[in-house]
Design a binder for this molecule. Structure first.
Ligand SMILES: NC(=O)c1ccc[n+]([C@@H]2O[C@H](COP(=O)([O-])OP(=O)(O)OC[C@H]3O[C@@H](n4cnc5c(N)ncnc54)[C@H](O)[C@@H]3O)[C@@H](O)[C@H]2O)c1
Length: 257
């Protein structure tokens, strides 16, 4: 056994990571985590002002980082963002497909068609569009790893969130399929399933009673963005070298019962 499986200080040195939705919440925490590990980080977000602010923070902490405006619902925008990452830092090795929205809370029989389309376009098609352009770039770099941000709602239902739940289940299937397709080319693809995490997404989603959400987690609290980032960073690292095509929970026990 020659490969060290403990974290090295600069385990992402020489690697470029692209994070969709990297300007806020979980994506932002992960940008800081990967940068601290030595990665060059591309913050890709449709909120360009926040992306630039995130990059300024990363650079002031000594990281190599760049911002790109990207709307994951638009394949041309994603293609351009991936090209930007390769052009800026020379190659793409790591990708985190994390951009997502909550959508309104309504039962399936009353869910507005436009809300369904918007949530699925972002949370499911956005992950497909991202992998569609990232995977060839990662293969061209000689291999790497992808993490797709699903949710505990990638395996559980949740009343009032049909589009979100369907999209997050879809992300798990898409992850497994891409993992099968790309394992032989030295690319690992995995999904993360967070419980409810205290981020702007949760704070801005209608109809979510915070105390009720807390009560669903045996840990007795919501998760922190940094706790999700830690799992994603592990999956992106060489320490996870035999982990392909799986779905990993970070949920304070939500799914255990
Ligand atoms: N917060 C939670 O409770 C929770 C739980 C499970 C999974 N997740 C998932 O984690 C991911 C990150 O969520 P968060 O809680 O950090 O949310 P957040 O709102 O803090 O961050 C999401 C980021 O995605 C960006 N974004 C949204 N739509 C986009 C688009 N079309 N193109 C590019 N960027 C876009 C936003 O501008 C924002 O910067 C999402 O996929 C979400 O579904 C969140």
């Amino acid at each position: 056994m020659s490969t060290p499986l403990t974290p090295a200080d600069q385990e992402f040195a020489g690697r470029t990571a692209l994070i969709t939705g990297g300007a806020s919440g979980i994506g932002l925490a992960l940008a800081h985590r990967l940068a601290a590990g030595g990665a060059s980080v591309v913050v890709a977000d449709y909120d360009e002002a926040n992306a630039r602010e995130a990059v300024a923070e990363l650079e002031s902490a000594g990281a190599k980082a760049a911002a790109v405006a990207m709307d994951v619902t638009d394949p041309a925008s994603v293609e351009a963002g991936v090209r930007f990452a390769v052009d800026t830092f020379g190659a793409l090795h790591l990708a985190v497909n994390n951009a997502g929205i909550g959508g309104p809370s309504n039962p399936t029989g009353e869910y507005a068609i436009e809300d369904w389309n918007r949530v699925v376009a972002t949370n499911l098609s956005g992950v497909f569009h991202s992998m569609r352009y990232e995977l060839p770039a990662i293969v061209a770099a000689g291999g790497g790893a992808v993490v797709n941000m699903s949710s505990i709602l990638g395996t559980n239902g949740f009343a009032g969130s049909p589009a979100y739940v369907a999209a997050k289940h879809g992300v798990v299937g898409l992850t497994k399929t891409a993992a099968l397709e790309y394992a032989a080319q030295n690319v690992r693809v995995n999904a993360v399933g967070p419980g409810f995490i205290d981020t702007p997404l949760l704070r801005n989603t209608d109809g979510q009673d915070r105390d009720h959400l807390i009560s669903l987690h045996p840990a007795g609290r919501l998760g922190k963005a940094e706790e999700v980032a830690e799992l994603a960073a592990f999956l992106l690292s060489d320490r996870a070298s035999f982990i392909h095509g799986s779905y990993h929970l970070v949920d304070g026990g939500y799914s255990a019962s």
